[in-house]
Design a binder for this molecule. Structure first.
Ligand code: ZN
Ligand code: ZN
Length: 244
């Protein structure tokens, strides 16, 4: 019997003795239960064509006004709330990498609607220090599994994060861009003349996608499109009606 088979059987036995608890509702049985999977919050059919944030019909995107994004478009299937945020947090902070196939499958299903012309997929990198600390890069794992399902080419060597930056939580969009400025560098021999698909777990203000895109374009990439599993919700009260 191969080690792989033994590990699978052993995994099933330990699952039976200590069933995994759903990372979202805590119910025993699976890392994420069927009920929570059926309630992943979608972005919906009204969204900004540039940043992918949900929009009320006939409203313009406050998120994009004033922001000059170097990428052409950014999209996400889900809002970063409920079971989706529970899954991403469990992956990122508790190392529950067994959630990667489910997240990648859902991203690959979403990709079937987009079908952008892409030459190379690149995950948003972590700095060497952060990656060593965490032991993995969640975006890298998601991007590889996504490419396994879609047949797209993936090359994590194409983009590097040169140094660790301040945590982005609590910073405004402008502060985030300044914080990340010059933090990324792309490998010209891998990205020149290519249409790049950048992949991350969550899009918040778009400053990480923006800085990564700027580095890729500077290294000669032809264009950059962005895809994340989730995007943080926006305050609909702050959206403005068009023509008013
Ligand atoms: Zn659940
Ligand atoms: Zn927008």
């Amino acid at each position: 019997m191969t080690g792989e088979k033994l590990r699978k059987i052993f995994g099933k036995v330990t699952d039976w003795v200590y069933p995994p608890l759903c990372v979202s509702c805590g119910k025993p049985g699976a890392m994420i239960c069927e009920e929570c999977l059926s309630k992943l919050p979608p972005v919906g059919e009204h969204f900004c064509p540039t940043c992918g944030k949900p929009l009320k019909p006939r409203h313009y995107c406050r998120h994009c006004s004033g922001a000059e994004f170097p990428f052409r478009s950014s999209r996400a299937p889900y809002l970063y709330e409920g079971p989706v945020s529970a899954m991403i947090k469990a992956l990122k902070y508790d190392g529950t990498i067994s959630l990667v196939p489910e997240l990648a499958k859902r991203l690959a299903d979403f990709w079937q609607e987009l079908r952008w012309g892409i030459d190379l997929t690149v995950p948003v990198p972590l700095s060497r220090e952060r990656q060593a600390q965490r032991g993995f890069n969640q975006s890298d794992l998601i991007a590889r599994a996504f490419c396994g399902k879609t047949g797209l080419e993936c090359d994590p060597r194409a983009l590097m994060k040169l140094h660790e930056t301040l945590r982005q939580v609590g910073l405004s969009a402008g502060e985030r861009r300044r914080n990340l400025s010059g933090a990324f560098a792309a490998e010209p021999s891998l990205v020149r003349e290519k249409r790049i698909l950048l992949i991350d777990d969550v899009m918040t203000t778009g400053s990480t996608f923006a800085e990564c895109s700027a580095a890729l374009l500077e290294a000669g990439a032809r264009s950059v499109m962005c895809l994340s599993v989730a995007t943080t919700p926006v305050d609909h009260g702050k959206q403005k009606l068009l023509n008013k």
